[in-house]
Ligand binder design. Structure first.
Ligand SMILES: [Zn+2]
Length: 328
């Protein structure tokens, strides 16, 4: 289980051991508006090419970094400064306009894109891969760099025009702002808060499934936080809306950046006040109470009906730590 390698340091350390849980990357925000410094750092640093949301990978187990003058970056958008990785400058650049000879189908749609794309300018061990498929293999530092790169580049791709006046905007501040030359508005990368909740009643946990998920997969309920709402209120509202279960005490456990495309997951624990489930069929296909013993079997792949949340997702992390009795 993910937490096992972090015996020291207690709960805080466990919370940060979630996939994308952070690595203490120095984002060096003070350099973002220093154009000369960024130019120098780009010339000596490394760039992560991202193609339609998929980072370049090396051997399927690490990120694939190239120099700023690599032919892979021909036609790339301006590089975003991710920070200093033990003193080495790291950037990311969007090369979504590149067209591979094969394998364009299915990208950024559906539940999981298993295709890989290879670039003719690179050795064959390099390929563009769905981040979900490699996220648990990356070091914490590379996971943080990949999450930041994917989320901020997606924001640039989807926010090319000013929300205030409709004019085309331009990237600024090393990629952490967009400015509108027509009306002067400043735009900042957005992150969407989502609550995901471990709702328990005695020895049982509430899990549900969406009709679009792989067969048999059940996970914790989740939903977007609405404007004007606290995390606790969002947990209670979502569980009541989706499953008809009322929730009492709620507490925050751990967070996880989830760049698919731009969420920040807030893992919470909540105590159910009742157990009758009334499903909202528009939200969930099914929801059930599962005992610890059944969940142990599901996590081990031995449950006859229930398959667990994907490894690397915070739902998997929260359930694993609940089963290990580490969520106090
Ligand atoms: Zn504008």
């Amino acid at each position: 289980m993910e937490g096992a390698k972090h015996g020291m340091g207690g709960r805080m350390r466990i919370a940060e051991s979630v996939t994308f849980g952070g690595s203490g990357l120095d984002r060096a925000a003070g350099l973002r508006k220093d154009a000369a410094a960024l130019e120098r750092l780009l010339a000596e640093g490394w760039v992560l090419p991202v193609w339609r949301g998929k980072p370049l990978c090396d051997g399927g187990v690490a990120l694939g970094w190239v120099r700023a003058d690599s032919p892979v970056l021909a036609g790339a958008g301006p590089a975003v400064f991710l920070g200093l990785d033990d003193g080495v400058a790291r950037f990311a650049a969007d090369i979504s306009d590149w067209s591979p000879e094969a394998g364009e189908a299915g990208v950024e749609g559906g539940f999981f894109d298993a295709s890989e794309q290879r670039h003719p300018a690179l050795e064959s061990r390099f390929s563009f891969l769905e981040l979900r498929g490699i996220m648990t293999l990356l070091t914490p530092r590379e996971a943080e760099l990949a999450a930041a790169a994917k989320a901020v580049l997606h924001w640039h791709r989807s926010h090319a025009f000013c929300a205030a006046c409709g004019a085309a905007t331009v990237m600024e501040a090393g990629g952490w702002q967009r400015a509108c030359p027509a009306c002067g508005a400043q735009h900042f990368p957005r992150t969407d808060p989502v609550v995901i909740m471990l709702i328990t009643r005695g020895n049982r946990v509430l899990v549900g499934r969406n009709a679009n998920w792989p067969e048999g997969m059940y996970s914790l309920l989740a939903g977007f936080v609405e404007p004007g709402e606290t995390l606790e209120a969002a947990v209670r509202r979502e569980v009541f809306e989706e499953a008809g279960v009322r929730v009492g005490a709620v507490r925050y456990l751990a967070s996880q950046p989830w760049p698919f495309p731009a969420s920040l997951m807030f893992g919470c624990a909540g105590e159910a006040l009742d157990e009758d489930i009334r499903l909202d069929p528009e939200e969930l296909e099914d929801a059930v109470w599962v005992t610890r013993e059944e969940m142990v079997a599901a996590m081990a792949g031995r449950h006859p009906r229930i398959r667990p949340a994907r490894r690397g997702a915070i739902a998997h992390f929260l359930i694993a730590n609940w089963l290990a009795d580490r969520l106090h």
